[in-house]
Design a binder for this molecule. Sequence first.
Ligand SMILES: Cc1cc2nc3c(=O)[nH]c(=O)nc-3n(C[C@H](O)[C@H](O)[C@H](O)COP(=O)(O)OP(=O)(O)OC[C@H]3O[C@@H](n4cnc5c(N)ncnc54)[C@H](O)[C@@H]3O)c2cc1C
Ligand code: FES
Ligand code: FES
Length: 514
Amino acid sequence: MCQNEDRRTTERGSPKLSASGAQPTNTHILAHRFGYLRPTSLPEAIAALEEHPDAAILAGGTNLLVDMKMERTAPASPSEPTELPGPLPSGQPAVLVDISRLPGLSEIDSAERRTTIGALTPIRNLAVSEPLWREHSCLAEAAAAFGSTQVAMMGTLGGNVANGSPASDTVPALVVLGATATIVGSSGERTVLIADLLEGPGRIALERGELIRSVVLPAPQGSVGSAFLKLSRVRADLAKVSVAARLVRDGETIVGARIALGSVGPTVIRAKRASSMLAGKPFSKDLILNAARQAASEIQPIDDVRSTADYRRKAAVALVFDAVSLAWNRTKEEVRGQRGSPVSSTLLGTRPMQAESTDLVPIELVVNGKAVSLSVSPNELLLNVLRDRLELTGSKYGCGIGECGACTVWMNGTPVLGCLVLAVSADGADIRTIEGEAVDGRLSDLQSAFIAENAFQCGYCTPGMLMMTKRLLEEIPQPTEDEIRDYLKGNHCRCTGYAAIVRAVHAAVQKGAT
Ligand SMILES: Cc1cc2nc3c(=O)[nH]c(=O)nc-3n(C[C@H](O)[C@H](O)[C@H](O)COP(=O)(O)OP(=O)(O)OC[C@H]3O[C@@H](n4cnc5c(N)ncnc54)[C@H](O)[C@@H]3O)c2cc1C
Ligand code: FES
Ligand code: FES
């Protein structure tokens, strides 16, 4: 289940071990102090990065804030070397440049010759994009395979690429699609193939002060099919092995092939020799199997907490075989996408902000319909403001690093993890917590269904589970069991075994709950 299992707590609420295993860290708070800048235009963001070479870019925060909490952060410049997995060099950023409100960077725009995806596009929006499923299905499929729905709603495509993880789900897909990144900085704009950006674990070829503005996918030419497959311990986890494949077909012949694998080397790996084995040959199972074996010989897997190198190599053969076969079938079949709706901007408003690390910053929130004004430090988290300052203790602290979903609240209509949202970033937002669900003391139909179906025991996970289920029913009013389980994969329950929760969701649907 855990993205950060190698660093997780042994006891709820207790200090977690840091990446090195030596220092206990406290994921309840962001202990480190930093200045905070919120530019409202791209030129302002570039100027801020130039002025603060020790700054880190904050987009969705699902990597950056976790790394800061775990004291694994973050090179001042993305091109400075870091090691993942394992301890990162010291050096927390002195300033965060919050780009999450920059306008015009959250759209998927399909024009005739290409699809341009803004760097701030939430991963979730890729997973439910019909044009992407139709034209670039491996990317939509990779987004749908993301480990947690909330994280996919908060995390961005630019962050997934810039984080430089070999386990990134979107990067193998972007590599086989021949995607480029449009990178901007004080010296102008450049375009680089995503494949050429990958330098090593946690390292991509961005210069100091540069940021990714968008990702561009060339339009498919001819009969093209692509697929992404991910093998992980459970649904809500990073990959042990992932594979993206893209084929171009002419009659019964493969005229072009690209295969890339994740989590099996220091970066996402292109299986170039396996790809060339396929090109120009008639499709046959023997050919695909030989290419899959070849691909497995091109990877450099390691033993780690998720798998052994040996297992990864064996699994890669099967996964490449399946992904290539699926891509071949998709050269002639329509692909059915994932149901659901995209996330609209969670951070409306264009108020710029600038704060020193020691400043108290005034912010405005609307919490469960009531306007609230308060002053926060740049390093205060939304969850702690809700629980400790506004005494709304329904939302729970479970892991503090995005893995359990107990802290799920809504921000401008979208579920977010309160433990990974800076209170300053939430400035101007409409926040809904579990306390806002009962009206005049009467529980909602969804809450009543959870009680009627015994969908909780200790109840610790229940507020987060309910806030997430509420959104599920808005997106998919009649979900199947698989859709319920998939949607709630980022909400952990240690008591019920989930069956009663699924029953409660079905019961709520029968009652017409929303
Ligand atoms: C519980 C959990 C589960 C996860 N599961 C998955 C999973 O299944 N698959 C997967 O691939 N990832 C997963 N992740 C990792 C993470 O959610 C993704 O990598 C996400 O896309 C990061 O985007 P972000 O906007 O949150 O990035 P941030 O955390 O804001 O930033 C990440 C890094 O990129 C830099 N950055 C961000 N945007 C830009 C930009 N536009 N230009 C230049 N630099 C930039 C930041 O400075 C930082 O170094 C998971 C994380 C958590 C906590
Ligand atoms: S406390 Fe676990 S995801 Fe936030
Ligand atoms: S964790 Fe106890 S009811 Fe879910």
